[in-house]
Write a protein that binds this ligand. Sequence first.
Ligand code: OGA
Ligand code: MN
Length: 209
Amino acid sequence: MDETLFGQIAQDLEKQGYSVRPGALPGGLATALLSHQHTISSERFKSAGIGRGDNYLGNESVRTDEVCWIAGDTAAEKAWLDWTANLQAFLNRRLFLGLFSFESHFAHYGAGDYYKRHYDAFKGEANRVLSVVAYFNSDWTSEDGGELVIYKDEHDNEGVKVAPVFGTLVTFLSEEFPHEVLPARRDRTSIAGWFRVNTSVADRVDPPS
Ligand code: OGA
Ligand code: MN
């Protein structure tokens, strides 16, 4: 089952560099992640843009969401890491991407929260290669805003809008696609993750995530 979906994602990536797949997350996994997310205390969610990997731009007005990194210490988080490891292995076999490690976090956007246009990785840094975003919002309507907008390149100002609907999975090449999250009008939950290549050189060993 997953193999069929992974094959479609691989084809999308080959053809256009990004993939939008509604209903892609296995139902049980999506439900488990959503209930797990509800049990995480609000203190464990930290303002994004502070610390670990996310302060590229050093500008807090770029994003206003809160994030909680996934360490894999609950059944739901383990199931997510297993599933993304299978996706990683499949894409490495099919597309020779050389994906080496994975890091991900829950993100919570309250009403009014946004993430301005940005890249997840910069060319030449050969670090984050493939971005993945999964959505957990039931009954999302166009009035709720909060769309992910994927721009085809640096000149594109129109983009492709994706509603953050429960079960939708988006993947894209991290260096190729600027993207943003439009202001949400109600609570919006997602997981954003990044597959990285191994950037170890000589005497410096890259941490796995
Ligand atoms: C990110 C990101 C998109 C989303 O966290 O880098 O672009 O829709 N998230 O949550
Ligand atoms: Mn991003």
